[in-house]
Design a protein around this ligand. Structure first.
Ligand SMILES: [Zn+2]
Length: 171
């Protein structure tokens, strides 16, 4: 295992234990369970970390990450859990600029398992070849798909794009 991860976790434990408020906050999350107020569905890209981008901590946002922020069966089940059990009232589908999955879909690439994702993106973007447009369209179509699968969901479903250059989320 990469030493960076082991050291990083040790630092994190130290950070919590050295801060009384954070320690209490963490204990409360265990006693009272999680009550995240938003579900963020985003890409697995290592540069797109929702907790960092939104400056949030433990217990605040429920997250699903798949390449290209697409939704297959496992993701649908996770969304159902977020809606039905966690009662989350806000879903953000967070795409991002320079997305490798969108790039691969636009350039009609394929792969044994990757096709599960690329086929979804290809269907969503149709003949769009501009990657930025494709990124936006994909996020909107994923939102539409969630609405279609959960017609009784009364919360918000918001498409958004995170700009890697400005670090700004545009809704
Ligand atoms: Zn991506």
């Amino acid at each position: 295992m990469n030493k960076k991860l082991i050291e990083g976790n040790n630092e994190f434990v130290e950070l919590i234990n050295s801060n009384k408020n954070f320690k209490e906050y963490n204990a409360n999350l265990i006693t009272n369970g999680q009550h995240p107020y938003a579900l963020v569905i985003t890409c697995s890209d290592s540069r797109v970390i929702p907790e960092v981008i939104f400056n949030k901590t433990l217990g605040e946002i429920f997250v699903i990450r798949t390449a290209g922020n697409v939704i297959n069966d496992g993701e649908l089940a996770t969304i159902e859990y977020a809606i039905e059990h966690l009662k989350i009232k806000e879903i953000i589908v967070l795409a991002h600029t320079y997305c490798g999955a969108v790039h691969a879909a636009v350039h009609n690439e394929s792969g044994k398992y990757i096709n599960k994702i690329l086929d979804k993106i290809k269907t969503n973007i149709g003949s769009t070849t501009n990657e930025f447009d494709a990124t936006k369209i994909n996020a909107i179509k994923v939102c539409d798909y969630i609405k279609e699968k959960f017609p009784n969901y009364s919360g918000e479903i918001i498409p958004a794009v995170y700009d890697l250059c400005s670090n700004k989320v545009n809704y």
